[in-house]
Design a protein around this ligand. Sequence first.
Ligand code: ZN
Length: 239
Amino acid sequence: MLITDLTMDEFAAGLATTRTVVIPCGSTEEHGPHLPLDTDTIQACEVARRLAARRPLFVAPPVHYGVCRSTSGHPGTLSISTATLRALVLDIAGALYDQGLRNIVLLTGHAGVTHCATLTDAGEELLRRYPDVRVAVLTEYLLAAQAGRSIIETPDDAHAGEIETSRIQHSHPHLVRGSAPADYPNFPKGILVRDKRRFWPSGVWGDPGKATAEKGARLEVAVVDALEALLIDLERGVE
Ligand SMILES: [Zn+2]
């Protein structure tokens, strides 16, 4: 059930079938010269939508903005602060809780370390605020990298590379502009660089040349399978 498409009566009726909601969290962020800025949001929404076709599940409207550090200077990246993301997620999850949802899944398509840590921090705060809530915080890119180990050829594929290019080729082929050269940027260890673009002009981390739509289809199924197993545990009360 996509919340955006439901009427008030359908939402109320849906609560009789499930108390679980996925909040897709994405970003508006450069993904190389060949993928759209919406790539992370698309991926989180696609797997949430496919999961909702398998089992009773609410899917909240996506959060289109994330915390993007290393791409913040690239054209098109619209990064928000950790404080804003935390407050936004807490407000959205709180509203869903007030509407009767009790199993809350923060599913992020953007895998930035600071971004994911902020979602985990918000999830912990939800546990503190609501004694009867269950929370999962999942980075769907990591699920794709783990579950898709046998599908993917590129070691250290991380951003706009084989995985993400394959998945957008599969789900949104009309938004893919060809391909891009492989790149593996080398940021200084431990030092926060001011001009990130200087160390990573391409905006690609991995090898888009290895991508195929067929791999993307298989990766998507692998992610949905992993998510489904996790949801079953969450709803059973594993915590
Ligand atoms: Zn991405």
